[in-house]
Design a protein around this ligand. Structure first.
Ligand SMILES: *[C@@H]1O[C@H](CO)[C@@H](O)[C@H](O)[C@H]1NC(C)=O
Ligand SMILES: *[C@@H]1O[C@H](CO)[C@@H](O)[C@H](O)[C@H]1NC(C)=O
Ligand SMILES: *[C@@H]1O[C@H](CO)[C@@H](O)[C@H](O)[C@H]1NC(C)=O
Ligand SMILES: [Fe+2]
Length: 464
């Protein structure tokens, strides 16, 4: 687990050193931001700041995600703390309150050491109209709660769509700043979440009441727009010492994804199409060697991607493959070795990762020539390669990863030790505007931004 190992003054010194090296031409890499974030403790907000909604057995921790492969379905999830019923969602199209539909949920509960969960409901609603606002209601009597969301436009090559991107969020005051910052940014239509959700595993016996508080924390966004989930190491909750032997137990009970719609056999890896994007989610913490279920699935997945229908091919994975921070350095390497040739052959546009609590953007590079005898193990510029983005800077209690490797490697285009979120505004089949927003600035300020060009339709070199 990541711990703060160096303090900000040291970073300031290193930044100065770097600038000196840079000015005498010893460093061929990209930029390390000179922005030095104020040193503040990242502490979890107290439970009192996550109050349950009022009313008996009121539905809480409401969140939605895509419910099928193309965005005409949604999975609506919530928890009722005391009773299993009502286990139904009522929903209707905007302006058609007289034509209400009802869908029942699948309801689960689980025990974790001495914790017992509430009733966790997942209702999949289908056959929704494209690009349409829907309202939905949960609960009964004095505990009825109403929410709304908008379905994506029909899948197509030039459909504009904006994703928000966050990772490693946790539930500190910094997490709150990141989420509030994202929510106040009106552009985001769906969130790509890069893993490490609640950080409940920092508490004794992985106190799962911190999974509940996290569900209440994200509701202000996740009940109104889908969050596309990736699992991180803090979702493992594997603790044999207290007889908790099932990896991902709390995560898999609480966060359902439409994995069967992409012929996956596990919720930890799957794909969805949304507007003009094809999104593949991978699991850093499940087997990916040759012949494993994840490997076989991904191999069969690439030929299914039709760039004439979904030009933007985007991969989400928790542990980054290209990152130049000392924290978690090279943890993603074994997966890169297995999968990178496919990413280059299939011209993946962007790979988003979390895990390292810092922001970083790579050049378009690949490192696929190496075999164990030839010595060709240096990343090289490659116009068919994705850009790798690390956005593990949601603001959790482990703090920032503020110790970079020096000199900055040539594959690293920009890096900065701050908290924040990113947005990806897909405009059409060729252009997408990407921006990373630092928590300390207003949304209008972008600390890093670039126009990305689609690798299939317009594989020109980008400049930031
Ligand atoms: C679970 O056990 C821990 C340690 O004994 C204790 O502090 C905590 O209050 C218990 N929680 C419940 C819900 O019993
Ligand atoms: C290793 O790479 C070298 C140089 O690219 C190539 O000539 C050789 O055939 C490769 N070895 C194997 C076993 O593929
Ligand atoms: C795609 O979007 C970019 C950026 O908005 C614009 O410059 C370009 O002309 C668009 N392409 C087409 C074919 O409309
Ligand atoms: Fe992580």
């Amino acid at each position: 687990m990541l711990r703060k190992s160096s303090k900000l003054p040291a970073m300031g010194f290193i930044t100065v050193l770097f600038l000196l090296l840079h000015s005498v031409g010893l460093c061929s890499g990209g930029a390390t931001s000179q922005y030095v974030r104020k040193s503040e403790a990242s502490i979890d907000m107290p439970l009192e700041l996550f109050p349950p909604p009022s009313g008996y057995n009121a539905p809480e921790q409401v969140h939605i995600t895509q419910g099928d492969h193309v965005g005409e379905g949604a999975i609506i999830s919530w928890v009722t703390p005391l009773e299993r019923h009502p286990n139904v969602v009522t929903y209707w199209e905007e302006g058609k309150i007289n034509q209400k539909h009802k869908t029942h949920s699948i309801t689960k509960s689980y025990r974790y050491y001495n914790y017992s969960s509430g009733f966790i409901h997942h209702a999949t609603i289908k056959n929704l109209k494209c690009d349409t606002q829907y309202f939905y209601e949960l609960g009964k009597h004095n505990a009825i709660r109403r929410f709304s969301f908008t379905t994506p436009p029909k899948v197509g090559p030039d459909v504009p769509y904006t994703f928000g991107i966050m990772g490693d969020l946790g539930q500190t005051y910094d997490s709150k700043a990141t989420l509030d910052h994202y929510v106040s940014n009106p552009k985001g239509q769906a969130v790509l979440f890069l893993g490490d959700l609640s950080y409940a595993d920092h508490y004794p016996f992985h106190d799962n009441t911190r999974w509940d508080s996290w569900g209440r924390f994200i509701e202000k966004s996740a009940a109104y727009q889908p969050w596309i989930w990736t699992a991180g190491n803090h979702e493992l909750d594997f603790v044999p010492e207290i007889e908790e032997y099932t990896p991902f137990k709390p995560y898999m009970h609480r966060y359902h994804v439409p994995y069967r719609a992409s012929q996956s056999t596990s919720p930890l890896w799957y794909s969805v199409k949304r507007a003009s994007a094809y999104i593949i989610v991978l699991s850093s913490y499940s087997a990916y060697g040759k012949y494993t279920p994840q490997y076989t699935w991904l191999q069969q997945e690439f030929p299914k991607v039709n760039r004439a229908e979904t030009p933007w091919l985007i991969v989400l994975v928790h542990s980054p493959w290209y990152n130049s921070n000392n924290h978690h350095f090279m943890e993603g390497e074994s997966m890169r070795v297995m999968f990178e040739p496919w990413f280059v052959e299939n011209k993946v546009d962007l790979v988003f990762a979390g895990h390292v609590h810092c922001y970083e953007r790579s050049e378009r590079i690949s490192n696929v020539k190496y075999n164990i005898t030839n010595g060709l193990s240096t990343p090289v510029k490659d116009p068919s390669a994705p850009v790798y983005l690390t956005i593990g800077d949601g603001g959790n209690s482990e703090g920032l990863a503020d110790s970079f490797t020096y000199p900055q490697p040539s594959y690293s285009a920009y890096r900065e030790a701050s908290f924040g979120h990113a947005t990806l505004e897909i405009k059409n089949r060729t252009h997408a505007y990407y921006a990373w927003h630092r928590n300390q600035d207003s949304n209008a300020v972008t600390a890093d931004s670039i126009w990305f060009y689609n690798r299939y339709w317009y594989p020109n070199e980008e400049s930031s």
